[in-house]
Each structure stands twice: as C-alpha cells, then as structure tokens.
Design a protein around this ligand. Structure first.
Ligand code: FES
Length: 108
C-alpha cells in the first residue's frame, strides 16, 4: 500500500480537525496553529467517538465525550479516562498536496 492523496494543505483550517477515511482507516487530520499538519487515528480509545468532532487545543485533540486529550505528535492520551494511544500517521506534503499511508503508523 502506498500513500494516498488526501487534499491540499491549503484546504485545511488551522486548529480544526477534519475526518478522512483512507482504505477504511478513519484518520483525524489537523493543522496546528504553527501550520504543521498531523494525522492521528480518529477513533477515541475510550469509546467509539470520532476525535475530529472534538476540539484542537495547542498540540492536542480533545474528545468531546469525556474530555481525554490526545497528543497530535505521539497519539498518547494526556489525561484520563482514555489511557491507550491512537495511532499516528506520517504526513507527506508534495507540491502542496497531503499524502498519507494509512497502513504505516509512526513509531513514537
Ligand atoms: S469516548 Fe473519548 S474520552 Fe470517553
């Protein structure tokens, strides 16, 4: 499996999460306030909640259901009730287009 084109980097709004599904894998795509783009698993590890429906706060994405915040760089929850990380995917930007391989998670 190779990286799939998702959208252009310019389409993303800073500090908002966008849900994308690549090869059946739900991913939350986030451009942070510094302009860096992150891709983490979209399903909260505490429940079947889409993290992209939550809130971007600094370098984390907060689940709206019970408030666990997941690091955009490590995928780890920063507070309870979630205690298991979500996967983190490598984002490549080529000529302004975002590419992600949903089958490869970053070792962090
Ligand atoms: S479902 Fe996400 S914190 Fe509970």
């Amino acid at each position: 499996m190779s990286a799939e084109r998702v959208c252009t980097a310019a389409e993303l709004v800073a500090n908002e999460a966008r849900r994308v599904v690549l090869s059946g894998v739900p991913i939350a795509l986030v451009k942070d306030s510094a302009g860096d783009i992150h891709a983490i698993g979209d399903t909260c590890t505490h429940g079947e909640i889409s993290l992209s429906e939550g809130f971007v706060e600094d370098d984390s994405l907060e689940c709206w259901a019970h408030g666990s915040r997941f690091s955009l760089t490590t995928g780890k929850p920063l507070n309870l009730p979630a205690y298991e990380p979500v996967p983190v995917f490598t984002v490549e930007i080529i000529d302004g287009d975002i590419f992600i391989d949903p089958t490869i998670t970053k070792a962090v």
